[in-house]
Design a protein around this ligand. Structure first.
Ligand code: UD1
Length: 418
């Protein structure tokens, strides 16, 4: 079985570039379905999930070609409207293709999506919103048959009971070429939503308020393809910062948007790191020891991201004092905890709360990635641990990080894949 092996305890130093955002790429790749022509997406990360997204497009009749980190998608030939069960099982984001397929084809067959097991992850908000826009949906044994009643999806006023990222994206994709106006109230305001809106507007959509809680979409007849630069990945940027901080090192991150990390950088500063942010760079210098942070509660953007909870927990494991984590977004997002304990971490869990008592030192061990960010958390912890750590089930980490072992080894870590 493939594994990442880390010989921990080395101070990391240097400069790093941040890859394009996975969570921005996926809905934009889905959105190209709406354009019926050749799109050029720069800074598209080459990952398990973006490759799965291309497989979905190919299945629907699109052509996809990678040229380095540029993904060229020709959606002119869309001729099918079903995503196979196998592809839907590979990643949860496959569900956001639904709005785009319905807008383009008028019909779609999909299945309940799979993905990382971090909670029940229902799609009721996606379904209720599409129904409000005139889509008839019937479900049988996990299969969703969807059909637009009338010739086009129609606009609607939608209130999301929770600002779901995926539901907001699905509605945007369905609404961009719908008849009439759609308003999304309590929309997700994550930067990836703004990136999707910017891409769609570049294709000719009329979307106002992307990145705010109220988004207005005036449906247009047709979108045209475009060339677009995907935003940098804020979760990868923070993972690199945490990996360096946990070793007492120093790093200059390039091609990053510090404003996307406004709830994360203060935590690193709180833990004793010097953090300086400029327009597109972040400099971090850590002390030889970290101090525990005030309680960390995951929240929708601009709150502390749930995707960084496991990774920041790795830092808390070796910080002086106690750090409390409250996970409010996903109910099953502490699966990395037993693995961190194998490295010597002291963590107690009570429901959605984890209490981490910092220990003097972690020790290398064999551990298993349990999900994407949980796997990254183990890697960060391993960088600080004395001795050798083997991380198995690396396939989870590969869903979101481009050759993560190379990124850390460039900074001086002893980490390799076997
Ligand atoms: C996206 C991100 C993921 C991140 C999450 C929260 C992508 C590809 N993934 O996931 O990395 O962790 O946002 O920031 O962008 N919910 C419902 N019903 C729904 C939809 C969601 O109850 O119809 C609940 C979920 O179970 C979860 C919460 O809402 O508890 C957040 O989900 P959502 O914002 O939709 O996350 P994703 O789009 O799946």
């Amino acid at each position: 079985m493939e594994k990442i092996v880390v010989d921990g305890g080395r101070k990391l130093e240097g400069e790093a570039h941040v890859q394009g955002s996975k969570n921005a790429s996926l809905p934009i790749i889905g959105a190209t379905i709406l354009t019926g022509g050749e799109n050029v997406l720069h800074m598209c990360p080459i990952l398990k999930d973006t490759i799965t997204a291309c497989e979905i497009l190919n299945l629907l009749g699109c052509k996809t070609v990678w040229q380095g980190k540029t993904l060229i998608i020709d959606s002119g030939g869309v001729c099918r409207n079903e995503i196979s069960k196998c592809l839907m099982n590979k990643m949860r984001s496959s569900i956001i293709f639904l709005g785009a397929i319905l807008a383009r084809c008028g019909e779609a067959t999909v299945y309940f999506p799979g993905g990382c097991d971090i909670g029940s992850r229902p799609i009721d908000l996606h379904i209720a919103s599409l129904k409000k826009m005139g889509v008839e949906i019937s479900e049988s044994c996990g299969e969703l048959r969807c059909r637009v009643s009338g010739s086009r999806i129609h606009g609607a006023e939608i209130f999301l009971s929770f600002p779901s990222v995926g539901a907001t994206e699905n509605i945007l994709l369905a609404a961009a070429t719908a008849r009439g106006e759609t308003v999304i109230n309590n929309a997700a305001i994550e930067p990836e939503i703004k990136d999707l809106c910017d891409y769609l507007n570049k294709c000719g959509a009329k979307i106002f308020g992307g990145g705010t809680q109220v988004i207005r979409i005036k449906g247009v007849e047709k979108l045209t393809p475009c060339e677009y630069n995907i935003m940098p990945d804020r979760i990868v940027a923070a993972t690199l910062l945490c990996g360096v901080a946990v070793t007492g090192g120093e790093v200059l991150l390039n091609s990053v948007r510090p404003s996307h990390l406004s709830s994360v950088l203060p935590v690193l500063a709180d833990m004793g790191c010097v953090v300086r942010a400029c327009e597109n760079t972040i400099f971090l210098k850590a002390k030889n020891f970290l101090i525990s942070s005030s309680p960390i509660r995951t929240m929708p953007y601009p709150g502390f991201p749930t995707d960084l909870q496991p990774i920041m927990m790795a830092l808390a494991c070796v910080s002086r004092g106690t750090t409390i984590f409250v996970e409010t977004i996903f109910e099953n997002r502490f699966r990395h905890v037993p693995e961190l304990r194998r490295l010597g971490a002291s963590i107690k869990i009570e429901g959605r709360v984890a209490v981490v008592e910092g220990v003097k030192m972690l020790r290398g061990a064999s551990v298993y990635a349990t999900d994407l960010r949980g796997g990254a958390s183990l890697l960060v912890a391993a960088l600080a641990a004395a001795g050798k750590t083997e991380i198995f089930k690396v396939c989870y980490i590969d869903r979101g990080y481009e050759k993560i072992e190379q990124q850390f080894s460039k900074l001086g870590a002893s980490v390799f894949r076997v």
